[in-house]
Design a protein around this ligand. Structure first.
Ligand SMILES: O=C(O)CCC(=O)C(=O)O
Ligand SMILES: [Fe+2]
Length: 202
């Protein structure tokens, strides 16, 4: 298993991942503001007909008029928090993107996790560029190729860092946020995404 943190941005998965530590300005303040001001809630998913509470808190914010599907339910993002609206705009300008929503995840401590998945929901389109901002406790971003159970490598994501999952990444790779023992501090992850506007009905 590879530790990916020593690699230059260009070497990560042949350019499918780009990592910029310490890119976010005032990350300490932003962390505190988002911890107290975002509408964090406990969500559940239905697996084989049984409801399970997900092991973290989350909320979805974005432009009005968008839909996303989560665990078989169609939902609308909540209104932007002003700080996240600005951050989305800045990231879009810097990276040449048109992301219009953000999934916010709160890992309360090292016991909160996210399982293996790709961000390949149909409303993200065939080759989404997902921009992931990390604040708070450092946690590992684990990677494996689709169809393989063995972990390929992991990249510790630092406070104030930005990880860009480039077009194509979701087709071939899965990622996860494993449990990490001994972490008491919280971590927030923000994944900025472009949701396709629903087709007009008339
Ligand atoms: O917390 C992370 O770094 C990953 C989050 C993630 O994969 C997602 O929101 O889809
Ligand atoms: Fe993801």
């Amino acid at each position: 298993m590879l530790l990916l943190s020593g690699m230059t941005p260009e070497q990560l998965l042949d350019g499918q991942l780009s990592y910029y530590p310490e890119l976010i300005r005032d990350s300490d303040t932003l962390l505190q503001i988002l911890l107290s001001e975002l509408p964090w809630h406990s969500d559940s998913v239905r697996v084989y007909g049984k409801e399970h509470t997900i092991p973290r808190r989350q909320c979805w914010l974005g432009d009005t008029g968008l839909n996303y599907t989560y665990s078989g339910k169609t939902l609308q993002p909540l209104a932007w928090h002003p700080r996240l609206k600005t951050l989305n705009h800045e990231l879009n300008q810097a990276l040449g993107l048109a992301n219009n929503s953000v999934l916010c995840n709160l890992y309360r401590n090292g016991q909160d996790t996210m399982g293996w998945h790709s961000d390949d929901e149909p409303e993200l389109g065939p080759a989404p560029v997902v921009v992931s901002v990390s604040l708070g406790a450092e946690r590992d971003f684990a990677l494996r190729r689709k169809g393989q159970s063995r972990m390929y490598g992991k990249l510790p994501l630092a406070h104030g860092s930005v990880l860009v999952m480039n077009a194509g990444m979701q087709t071939c790779w899965q990622h996860a946020l494993p449990r990490r023992a001994g972490i008491e501090a919280a971590r927030i992850n923000l994944t900025f995404r472009c949701l396709a506007n629903p087709a007009p009905l008339f």
